[in-house]
Design a protein around this ligand. Structure first.
Ligand code: ADP
Ligand code: MG
Length: 322
């Protein structure tokens, strides 16, 4: 007999090991009741993953669960916020227990890692689509906005760029890689690691921040627009994994989405402190360019010649989107 909506929620989503003291009332009533620490703001973000749009049909449900939480934690990371709670809206074609068990496994493994408690949600039937809202805390006035980049600031990124786009290309049969590189990029696409600790470490140091979900140029472009500045990016400094390096295709790190690394600006004098703080969280922190007063985004290749990128990122509603 198929599971009822309530049996499904009880079976897969009520049982979780994280029990936070700031959850006065969790799953099971009309609303959750939650306590925000005094002096802190509540950072709230939501993302939807649609089958066939954000992941291929038939994609590993454990990866979907991980990714759904990861992309939201990445937004909290980009504000410098500390994750606390999540709510989950599921639209499922059927109550497939194998699928749900794997999805919950992926979601809760990451939730456990970051101390996030699922406090509510909604379950409906329809074409596969999953939405999660994440909530976190940020001391008032310390959030990392997109608006603070100033001429002379250095542009820096965490981790490496282009891996997830290469992973998607592998999944879609557009790229052939050696076995270790293949495993690496598939993991980077399926299991992004939100840079939560790095984001918090950059509080008080970064002048602006964004997470790279649509591609470096597109997301850096949002900082430039919001801050009313321009940028020069030196392509020889882009941090690339070996897997991306051997592709010799700059469009991967410049235009490829789904990496969920952070792109931030820091005043020149704060760079070494920022790098030490981020590296202490276990990821690379690389300076790739600088903010300039003149609007627009300029790229220089290794010889110092201007480079015109073919793509500038993923826009869901642009004619040229994928
Ligand atoms: P309501 O009709 O009052 O919105 P529901 O009957 O939809 O409540 O849900 C019952 C309880 O289960 C609520 O506390 C809701 O937050 C929770 N819930 C529903 N779906 C999910 C889900 N997919 N994950 C977590 N909690 C859920
Ligand atoms: Mg209700």
């Amino acid at each position: 007999m198929p599971l009822s909506e309530f049996a499904l929620i009880e079976r897969f989503f009520v049982r979780q090991s994280i029990r936070r003291g700031d959850v006065r009332l969790g799953i099971g009533d009309d609303c959750a009741v939650l306590l925000v620490p005094a002096g802190e703001g509540l950072a709230v973000t939501i993302d939807t993953l649609v089958s066939g749009v954000h992941f291929p049909d038939g994609f590993d449900p454990e990866d979907i669960g991980h990714r759904l939480l990861a992309v939201n934690l990445s937004d909290l990371a980009a504000m410098g916020a500390e994750p606390a709670w999540a709510t989950l809206a599921l639209t499922l074609p059927a109550a497939d227990e194998t699928w749900l068990a794997a999805f919950a496994q992926g979601l809760f493994a990451l939730a456990q890692q970051f101390g996030v408690q699922l406090v509510g949600g909604n379950t409906t039937r329809g074409p596969l689509s999953v939405t999660l809202q994440a909530h976190g805390f940020i001391p008032l006035g310390q959030e990392l906005r997109r608006t603070g980049a100033r001429p002379g600031d250095l542009i820096c990124v965490t981790g490496t760029l282009g891996d997830a786009a290469l992973g998607l290309a592998v999944l879609q049969g557009r790229a052939q890689l050696s076995d270790p590189h293949r495993a690496f990029v598939l993991r980077r696409f399926g299991r992004p690691e939100p840079r939560v600790a790095a984001g918090q470490a950059l509080r008080g140091l970064a002048t602006s921040a964004i997470d790279v979900s649509d591609g470096l140029l597109a997301d850096l472009g949002h900082i430039l627009t919001a801050s009313g500045v321009g940028a020069l990016v030196e392509l020889q400094h882009l941090p690339l994994s070996d897997a991306v390096q051997v592709q010799r295709d700059l469009e991967l790190p410049l235009g490829g989405g789904d990496d969920y690394e952070l792109c931030v600006t820091v005043p020149r004098g704060a760079f070494e402190r920022a790098r030490a703080a981020v590296e202490a969280t276990g990821c690379r922190f690389t300076r790739i360019g600088e903010i300039q007063a003149e609007p627009g985004l300029r790229c220089l290749d290794a010889r110092g010649s201007p480079y015109l990128p073919a793509v500038t990122g993923y826009d869901h509603f642009a004619d040229t989107g994928r």
